[in-house]
Every structure is written in structure tokens, then in C-alpha cells.
Design a binder for this molecule. Structure first.
Ligand code: ZN
Length: 263
């Protein structure tokens, strides 16, 4: 009897196994679909290399890839150049923020590129960095004639803005990357002096999760000084933690291209 019982039960066991297998495949497909939640490109401007390097462990812990837009490259010490190179090896991107941190003029764009862009690229190349592909205009803004010329050197320009309209962060349409070929995007500052709190950043994250976009943020120094153009590492940690929990990735400007193409 027990032999017959075993023979009779085998197909049922197999059916159960197949059913469970199909269910698990379906669940994993659904999970992958709902798992995707948009991304953030966090960027840092100027040349606070020591500050950024000191947070290496924090970036690593939360798998955050950032983009560092460097100005005044010729003034960096060899120690800072090495630190920057290590950050690049960790997966971060190095972009250009002007050779002398000068504002882009309305006229004389060719001269600006010759003096502010080309030498910065040259120094990065000489110091064995990857060829930079992104530029952040000092003081935040570029202009159409400059953009046209910069097309030859960069694949994406990151402008910067203040919370000047006192709007909900989700209402600043220009701080979201929406497709893989977008040449220009703005970002919103999250340093102390931009007066944006954690919950306002979450408003922006709510939008990117809903619309599957990339929110672009910028900051400068990372330290506990509470002074203008600095962000407290505690706020960064809180943001990284929140995003990991909510499955929001932190990508370099270059990585956003693949991300937008895939999704
Ligand atoms: Zn700057």
C-alpha cells in the first residue's frame, strides 16, 4: 500500500513543486518591477578634497557614487590629487567647474572655453584622470551660445539653483533628469545656507519615485561647521539611509545615462 501511495503522491508533489516554482518566478518578476524607484545624482562643487575624502567610508557604506566638480585644479596639492584619484577609483566621477571659478560671460565664450575649460581638461588628463565629460558652471548658470560650444567637450551640463521660489521641491521641474540624452539639467543646493530641510528633500524623492526620474542635488564642503556652503555629514548619512531603505540609487552624472536608458 505504501508503495502505491508513494507512486500516487509523486505527481501531486511534482505539481506542487511546479506551482510553487511558477509562483516564485511571478513574485520575483513583480518584485523587480516594483523595486525600481528612480535615482539621485548628488554632486559636490569647488575643491574641498580633504572633506570629501574624509567621507569615503560613508559613500562606500551606502554604495553612493557622487560627481565632484573641481575648480582651481592647478592649486591642488599632490596629496589632494591622489585623494581625488582614489575617489575616482571608488566609482565617483570627476567633472569640471572652471579653471579659475569664473562666471560664464554672455560674450567671449570662445575665450572662456580656451582659458577655463581646455586647461582644466588638460591637467586632469596629465594626472591620469578619466577624460571629464560633465561641466558645472561656476555661480550656477550657463547660456545658449556657451552650451553650443561646450557640446564638443561635454555630454552634460549641470547648472545650479536656489530654493528661490520657495516651492515644494517636487515643483522645480528643471532639477530632474528625464531622459538619457538631456544635455542640461539644474540642481538644487542642500548646504546649510540653502535652507532646505530633510523633509523638503523627501518631497523631491517622492516625485522621482513616482515619475522614475533622476533628482540632481549639489553641495560644497562636508563638515560639522554649520557655515555657509557646507553640509553636515549627519544629514548626508540620514539621506543615504533613507534612500537605501526606499531603494533609491545614487549615481554619477555618467551613470544616469545608463539608468535612464534601462528604465
Ligand atoms: Zn563653485
Amino acid at each position: 500500500m505504501s508503495n502505491f501511495g508513494f507512486i500516487d503522491e509523486t505527481p501531486i508533489a511534482m505539481k506542487r513543486f511546479l506551482l510553487l516554482y511558477i509562483l516564485s518566478v511571478l513574485i520575483s518578476c513583480t518584485y523587480k518591477k516594483t523595486n525600481y524607484q528612480g535615482a539621485i545624482a548628488i554632486t559636490f562643487d569647488d575643491h574641498s578634497i580633504n572633506d570629501w575624502y574624509a567621507q569615503r567610508f560613508l559613500f562606500k557604506k551606502y554604495a553612493v557614487h557622487a560627481t565632484f566638480y573641481i575648480s582651481d585644479i592647478e592649486r591642488l596639492s599632490s596629496k589632494e590629487i591622489n585623494q581625488l584619484r582614489t575617489l575616482q577609483m571608488d566609482g565617483h566621477q570627476i567633472g569640471i567647474h572652471g579653471f579659475h571659478h569664473l562666471q560664464i560671460p554672455e560674450k567671449g565664450v570662445n575665450r572662456y572655453i580656451k582659458n577655463e575649460i581646455v586647461p582644466a581638461i588638460k591637467i586632469l588628463e596629465e594626472n591620469k584622470f578619466l577624460i571629464p565629460t560633465s561641466f558645472a558652471p561656476p555661480f550656477g548658470l550657463s547660456n545658449p551660445s556657451f552650451d553650443k560650444k561646450l557640446n564638443k567637450y561635454c555630454t552634460i551640463i549641470r547648472e545650479a539653483r536656489w530654493n528661490d521660489q520657495h516651492q515644494n521641491l517636487s515643483e522645480y521641474d528643471d532639477i530632474y533628469l528625464k531622459d538619457a540624452h538631456q544635455f542640461k539639467v539644474s540642481s538644487i543646493g542642500i548646504d546649510v545656507n540653502y535652507d532646505i530641510d530633510f523633509y523638503e528633500i523627501i518631497e523631491g524623492i517622492d516625485r522621482l519615485q513616482f515619475k522614475k526620474e533622476v533628482l540632481v542635488l549639489h553641495a560644497h564642503k562636508i563638515n560639522k561647521s554649520g557655515t555657509s556652503y557646507s553640509i553636515d555629514p549627519k544629514l548626508l548619512r540620514k539621506l543615504f539611509k533613507y534612500c537605501r531603505y526606499n531603494k533609491v540609487e545614487f549615481l554619477t552624472m555618467n551613470e544616469t545615462r545608463n539608468f535612464m536608458t534601462k528604465n
